[in-house]
Ligand binder design. Structure first.
Ligand SMILES: Cc1cc2nc3c(=O)[nH]c(=O)nc-3n(C[C@H](O)[C@H](O)[C@H](O)COP(=O)(O)OP(=O)(O)OC[C@H]3O[C@@H](n4cnc5c(N)ncnc54)[C@H](O)[C@@H]3O)c2cc1C
Ligand code: FES
Length: 280
């Protein structure tokens, strides 16, 4: 059983859970994720492994409540258990000694970015981390990131904390106005944010890795649900990724695939669509 050992509220609708999962904790590496089900009848959905403690046999997940499954998971309390956890899934991050690296996180993307920043720091890189959010209250993991970075820069869309503006503008500012040099960039967050960061880093000639979040169903490369276009080639994010060269990603195709079930959601909400009823 995967018992919840600790639960913390980090920001409105964002929770950190430490969950018992000894086998995953023992072998997982930065950049990997799990697919979990809260109940046996529930859907399986992907979450990045933010940290692990092999001694305790636990993994740490950070979850933003966005819909049914994430709400159900976040409603669980310490001592309660969830049904199953499959993983670790996906390729681990390519952790090299690049020199000066900039880790750029937007919103909940700061959670999957944390293990990558930590691994890059442990590999001997000089790590500058940029944390962005719409507003001050939504900034997460500032202290954790300070522990694994040489420098942390905060940014908010409304200027309530740190630099006012998007994280992509901050990257540009650090390079063009402050004369910083970056050899590698890791960017994770909402698709428009990763797309904007890649636009800036391409212009500045900084190699950039992004972690993609298409809809995943089985997480095994069988269903094709998570397909993405990378350099004109079809890849499955669950088995070929989730990390890819950001300058090769077709962000327009990713955006349109993320919206492909919106019409069903609207029909469910309006009552126009109801799953077929079983008749005997
Ligand atoms: C590799 C990977 C790592 C992720 N890591 C994290 C993480 O560390 N923390 C976190 O809060 N979220 C993470 N996500 C996103 C998380 O999986 C979705 O928020 C969750 O599945 C939404 O389910 P729901 O039922 O609560 O919401 P729904 O109402 O079903 O969906 C809300 C939105 O979430 C996205 N989504 C829904 N189902 C999936 C799915 N099966 N796979 C991917 N996206 C989906 C869609 O964009 C959808 O519009 C990750 C996604 C991927 C692919
Ligand atoms: S989730 Fe099915 S192929 Fe990736």
């Amino acid at each position: 059983m995967h018992t919840i050992l600790d639960k913390q509220l980090l920001a409105p609708k964002v929770y950190r859970l430490r969950i018992r999962a000894p086998e995953v904790a023992r072998v997982r590496r930065a950049g990997q994720f799990v697919a979990l089900r809260v109940t046996k009848e529930g859907e399986r959905f992907p979450l990045t492994i933010v940290d692990s403690d092999p001694g305790e046999g636990s993994i740490t997940l950070i979850i933003q409540e966005v819909g049914l499954s994430t709400q159900l998971l976040c409603s669980k309390n310490v001592g309660e258990a969830i049904s199953d956890i499959a993983g670790p899934l996906g390729h681990p991050t390519e952790v090299g000694k690049f020199g000066n690296v900039v880790c750029v996180g937007g919103g909940i993307g700061v959670a999957p970015l944390y293990p990558i920043a930590k691994a890059l720091k442990q590999a001997g890189n000089k790590v500058t981390t940029i944390i962005g959010a719409r507003t001050k209250d939504l900034i997460i993991l500032e202290q954790d990131m300070r522990g694994v970075s040489d420098d942390v820069v905060l940014a908010s869309d409304d200027g309530s904390i740190g630099m006012k503006g998007f994280v992509s503008d901050v990257v540009k500012h650090l390079v063009q106005k402050e004369g910083r040099r970056f050899d590698f960039c890791a960017a994770i967050g909402p698709v428009p944010m990763m797309r904007a960061v890649c636009g800036v880093t391409k212009e500045l000639g900084i190699r950039t890795m992004v972690s993609l979040n298409p809809i995943m169903v089985d997480g095994t490369g069988m269903c094709g649900g998570c397909r993405v276009l990378i350099g004109g080639q079809t890849k499955f994010a669950c088995v070929d990724g989730p990390e890819f060269d950001g300058h090769q990603v077709d962000f327009a195709a990713l955006t349109s695939r993320l919206r492909m079930y919106d019409y069903l959601k609207e029909q469910c909400v309006s009552g126009a669509f109801a799953p077929a009823q079983k008749t005997s």
